[in-house]
Design a binder for this molecule. Structure first.
Ligand SMILES: Cc1ncc(COP(=O)(O)O)c(C=O)c1O
Length: 480
C-alpha cells in the first residue's frame, strides 16, 4: 500500500505538545511586517503517530543490512558494525576541527597511520585525506596534474584522455578542471585500444584517467604498455580507484604505473553509503606530485603530530577542514580488523563471487564479455528483448518483486541494455544461488508472461515511477 504522507495523516487538533510560557518580553521581537498572520499549515499529529509514521517508512527502505544489493560500480558490501563502534568513540566523535593540535593527537595519529596504510595498499608515496567523495578526489587529481605540468612550464598540456568505458564523473571532472576531454575507444575485448591511444598522444596531453578493472569489470591487461606510452609523451596516469575492491591485496595501481590514485573509502573500505553520503575520496600520489597535495597534510616531529600548512606549491584546500573524519575512522578500523591477509581475501572473494554469479547467469542472459572478470560483470537481456520485447528496466523492476535491489542498469554506455552486477565479497554462496534463481525465474517469465515484467513492480508500495520526470521536475514541496 502506498504510504500516506505525514500531511495526509494529519488530524486537526490531535497533537498535544505544550510550549513553555514565554520567558522574554513579547513586544516588538519580530518586526510587524515579518509576523505571520496565520499559523503555518503543518501536519497535526500526536508524537506516537509521528514516530510510527517514520518508523514504518524506514522499514520500507532497502539497504545492504536487509538484503542483497548487487549495484555494479557501487560496491555495496556489508559494513562491519565494529567500524560504527570505533567512529562513535567520544574521543573521535566529539572532537572539533578547530581544536588545538595538542588536544587531538589521537585523531592526528589515526590520520597519519591511515595514510601510511593506504600507501602500502596502493603503492603510492603520499595521500591527502581531504576529498569528500570519489568525484571530488578526481577533481583533486586533475588539479594536481595541472599544477605539476604548470610547475614544469608545460602550460600547453590541456587535454585529458578518457576511455569510452569511463565512469561519467571522469570526463565531467576533467572538463571542470579546465581540460579538453579526448575519448579513446575500447577494442572488441572491452579494453583500451592501445593503437587509438597512441594516435591521440601529443605534447598537449596532460594525462589519462583510467579505472582498472574498468567498468566492464575487466582488467586492463595492457596497462604497462599504456603507462609507457603516456609517460614517454610526458603525460601522467590517473587511477580511478572506485573499482579497487577486486584488486585488494593482490595488485597495486602504484606498481602498474599510475601517478595519482583516488580511492572511494566509503565503498572499498566499508562506510555505509548511498543516498548522498558521507563519502571520502582520498587521493594518493607518487613522490613527484607530493609538493602539490592540498594543505594541510598530517606530519610528525619530535613533539608529536601536527597539521603542515607550509607547502608553497600546494593546490590549496579542497574542503574547509580535514575530510569526512568519521569515514577515515571506519576505514582505519576496517584495515586493522582485516590485516594484510584479510585484505587479500576480500579481493579474491570479490572476484570469485562475481565470476560465480556470471557463470550462473550465462544460461539465461547474454554476457557480452564472457570471460574471467574482476569485481563485476555485465549481462544483457539478449533474446529476451529481441524476441519478447523485455528490456533491462523491466528486469530491474521485476527484481524488486523478488525482494532484491536491482543491479546498476544502462551503464556502462558502451553496452546497450547493460545490467552491471557487482555481488561483492561479503555474500554467501547460498545468497548468490538464490539471486541467480530469481534471475532465472524472471528470464522464464519474460518468455511466457512478458506483461509480468513490463508492468512490474507489483509488490512495491509505489509501482513504476517516472524516474526521468522525478529527476528533471522534482516535487520538493507538499501541496494539498
Ligand atoms: C568508477 C567510479 N568512479 C568514480 C565514482 C564517483 O564516486 P563518488 O560517487 O564517491 O563521487 C564512482 C561512483 O560510483 C565510480 O563507480
Amino acid at each position: 500500500m502506498k504510504p500516506k504522507l505525514l500531511f495526509e495523516a494529519s488530524v486537526t487538533g490531535s497533537n498535544n505538545f505544550r510550549l513553555p510560557p514565554l520567558d522574554v518580553p513579547d513586544e516588538n521581537i519580530i518586526p510587524a511586517e515579518l509576523m505571520r498572520e496565520a499559523e503555518p499549515p503543518l501536519p497535526d499529529l500526536p508524537e506516537n503517530e509521528v514516530v510510527r509514521h517514520f518508523t514504518n517508512l524506514s522499514r520500507k527502505a532497502y539497504g545492504v543490512d536487509n538484503g542483497f544489493y548487487p549495484l555494479g560500480s557501487c560496491t555495496m558490501k556489508y559494513n562491519p558494525k565494529i567500524n560504527e563502534w570505533a567512529a562513535r568513540l567520544p574521543g573521535f566523535a566529539a572532537i572539533h576541527p578547530l581544536q588545538s593540535e595538542a588536544s587531538c593527537q589521537g585523531a592526528l595519529q589515526l590520520m597519519y597511520h591511515l595514510e601510511q596504510m593506504l600507501c602500502e595498499v596502493t603503492g603510492m608515496d603520499r595521500f591527502t585525506l581531504q576529498p569528500a567523495a570519489g568525484a571530488q578526489g578526481e577533481l583533486t587529481g586533475a588539479l594536481l596534474m595541472r599544477a605539476y605540468h604548470a610547475k614544469r612550464g608545460e602550460h600547453q598540456r590541456n587535454k585529458m584522455i578518457v576511455p569510452d568505458s569511463a565512469h561519467g564523473t571522469n570526463p565531467a571532472t576533467a572538463s571542470m578542471a579546465g581540460f579538453q576531454v579526448v575519448e579513446v575507444k575500447s577494442n572488441e575485448r572491452g579494453l583500451v585500444d592501445v593503437d587509438s591511444l597512441r594516435a591521440v598522444m601529443s605534447d598537449e596531453v596532460a594525462g589519462i584517467m583510467l579505472t582498472n578493472p574498468n567498468t566492464l569489470g575487466l582488467f586492463e591487461t595492457d596497462i604497462e604498455e599504456i603507462a609507457q606510452i603516456v609517460h614517454e609523451n610526458g603525460g601522467l596516469l590517473y587511477y580511478d580507484g572506485a573499482n579497487l575492491n577486486g584488486m585488494l591485496g593482490v595488485a597495486r595501481p602504484g606498481d602498474m604505473g599510475f601517478d595519482i590514485v583516488h580511492l572511494n573509502l566509503h565503498k572499498t573500505f566499508s562506510t555505509p553509503h548511498g543516498g548522498g553520503g558521507p563519502g571520502s575520496g582520498v587521493v594518493g600520489v607518487k613522490k613527484e606530485l607530493e609538493p602539490f597535495l592540498p594543505v594541510p597534510v598530517v606530519a610528525k616531529d619530535e613533539s608529536g603530530y601536527y597539521l603542515d600548512t607550509d607547502r608553497p606549491d600546494s593546490i590549496g584546500r579542497m574542503l574547509a577542514f580535514h575530510g569526512n573524519f568519521g569515514v577515515l575512522v571506519r576505514a582505519y578500523t576496517y584495515l586493522l580488523t582485516l590485516g594484510g591477509e584479510g585484505l587479500r581475501e576480500v579481493g579474491e572473494n570479490a572476484v570469485l563471487n562475481a565470476n560465480y554469479l556470471r557463470t550462473l547467469l550465462r544460461e539465461h542472459y547474454e554476457i557480452p564479455f564472457d570471460r574471467l572478470c574482476k569485481h563485476e560483470f555485465i549481462a544483457t537481456p539478449g533474446d529476451l528483448k529481441a524476441k519478447h520485447g523485455v528490456t533491462t528496466l523491466d528486469i530491474a523492476k521485476r527484481l524488486l518483486d523478488y525482494g532484491y535491489h536491482p543491479p546498476t542498469i544502462y551503464f556502462p554506455l558502451i553496452v546497450g541494455e547493460a545490467l552491471m552486477i557487482e555481488p561483492t565479497e561479503t555474500e554467501t554462496r547460498e545468497r548468490l544461488d538464490n539471486f541467480a534463481t530469481a534471475m532465472a525465474a524472471i528470464a522464464q517469465e519474460a518468455k511466457t508472461q512478458p506483461d509480468l515484467l513490463t508492468e512490474a513492480p507489483h509488490q512495491m508500495p509505489i509501482h513504476r515511477v517516472d524516474e526521468v520526470g522525478a529527476a528533471r521536475k522534482p516535487i520538493l514541496r507538499y501541496r494539498a
